[in-house]
Design a protein around this ligand. Structure first.
Ligand SMILES: Cc1cc2nc3c(=O)[nH]c(=O)nc-3n(C[C@H](O)[C@H](O)[C@H](O)COP(=O)(O)OP(=O)(O)OC[C@H]3O[C@@H](n4cnc5c(N)ncnc54)[C@H](O)[C@@H]3O)c2cc1C
Length: 386
């Protein structure tokens, strides 16, 4: 029997994880990406492998997804992860008011935490604000964004997936009934235009999903929600540092190799191809980061950058939108066969997002092969180029 052909649009975390899962469940896979691997948001995150503690009070569905996927990713892709742990730190009296809710939320979500005295914390992380009031250890970690994406892409490639990089999807192919039956692509490097027919097209374009669904004349509720981050030229902590409070601006500071990254803000935009890095956001990151780690004031700023979250939902302000995800089969929502869209989620939940999306795709073809990506170690990121 010939394998059904699935096209994945987008080679960010979501697209490469979907491509890997599809190859394991009996599909012939093509990935069409307008830039290199991790060209979009995935190449520009903090790189925090969430323990879920950040969402344990207000968004427990995401918190549970994060802790479960955190443990799975440590097993299947250890080379992309620095298992350095994290801390939630109270620096003001108002942070202490969050302490009880935090303890209860983490317990409810199965996130192991341990409270430390300020002396214990400062022994672990001498660059933290010495006036800190309390702190909890959490099983956060740091991931290398490119290695994480490349490990999934390398595994997908070894499973037969074909990657069309620097290739835009400029339109969808439609049959006589308006159903989607492939893509029209444009290879920018060679300036070649071609048609790629397929039985199903999976729209994994993150903040750009609306541009692809518009090609089919339909909409999905998504709020492109960018954030600004600032990188510093020195590593000042070993662990990921979070403020012990409701998620807010500039409350995550974490090491990325020999640098520190402070993030992030949250605002909404119309066009994901034009996202300004506002000066006042950069200043706010520097001020909030220094409240947690005063030595940042004396550390050279390496650069400021931004990325855009593809959050689900169309109206709520960014911080109030759940970090969970949703896969749409447009046959069910809009009566258009051949197109599936995935929105929302986090880097930490990329594998689970892929599992649920591929479940939707498999149902369409009556394929009953179970997902095995949680138990299958990925190839090294190096293999993508071999
Ligand atoms: C500021 C910020 C910090 C974050 N930090 C973290 C963190 O620390 N930990 C965490 O777990 N999550 C974090 N996230 C969330 C996480 O980064 C995103 O959820 C994730 O990267 C989204 O991946 P994606 O593959 O869905 O989208 P993307 O990575 O944006 O991938 C979409 C891809 O589609 C491609 N594309 C678009 N249009 C077309 C087209 N027409 N043709 C072909 N290709 C196309 C783009 O080039 C892009 O590569 C952060 C998000 C932001 C904004």
């Amino acid at each position: 029997m010939t394998k059904p052909h699935a096209i994945v649009i987008g080679a960010g975390f979501t697209g490469v994880a979907i491509a890997w899962d599809l190859t394991q469940r009996g599909f012939r896979v093509s990935v069409v990406e307008r830039g290199p691997i991790a060209n979009g948001t995935s190449g520009r995150t903090h790189g925090l492998l969430h323990s879920g503690a950040r969402y344990a009070v207000n968004d427990q569905e995401s918190a549970i997804e994060c802790i479960q996927e955190n443990l799975i990713l440590r097993r299947i892709v250890p080379d992309a992860i620095e298992p350095n742990g994290g801390l939630f730190v109270a620096v003001q009296e108002e942070d202490l008011a969050y302490r009880e809710k935090f303890i209860e939320g983490c317990a409810a979500c199965g996130i192991p935490i341990r409270e430390l005295t300020p002396q214990e914390v400062l022994r672990l992380e001498p660059n933290l604000n010495p006036r800190l009031l309390t702190a909890f250890t959490v099983p956060d970690a740091t991931f290398d964004p490119l290695r994480l994406a490349l490990a999934f892409a390398a595994s997908a490639k070894a499973g037969g997936a074909q990657f069309y990089l620097y290739t835009d999807v400029v339109d969808l192919l439609r049959d006589g009934r308006g159903n989607v039956c492939g893509v029209k692509a444009w290879n920018r490097a060679a300036d070649q235009r071609f048609h790629l027919p397929a039985e199903v097209v999976i729209n994994a374009t993150g903040a750009w999903v609306g541009q692809i669904t518009a090609m089919a004349g339909v909409q999905v509720p998504i709020t492109p929600t960018p954030g600004v981050m600032v990188a510093y030229d020195k590593r000042l902590t070993q662990r990921a540092i979070n403020l012990l409070n409701e998620p807010g601006d500039g409350d995550i500071v974490l090491p990325q190799r020999r640098m520190m990254v402070v993030g992030t803000t949250s605002f909404t935009i119309e066009d994901p191809d034009y996202v300004p890095v506002y000066e006042d956001h950069v200043a706010l990151m520097m001020e909030r980061g220094a409240a947690l780690i005063p030595a940042l004031r004396q550390t050279r700023e390496r650069g400021a950058y931004m990325a855009t979250r593809p959050l689900i939902g169309a109206t709520a302000p960014g911080r109030s939108i759940s970090r969970t995800f949703k896969a749409y089969d447009h046959a069910e929502t809009d009566g258009i066969e051949g197109l599936v869209t995935i929105t929302g989620g986090k880097a930490t939940t990329l594998r689970l997002m892929a599992e649920k999306t591929v479940d939707v795709v498999c149902r369409k073809f009556g394929i009953e092969v179970p997902c095995r990506t949680a138990e299958t170690p990925l190839l090294s990121y190096r293999k993508f180029y071999q």
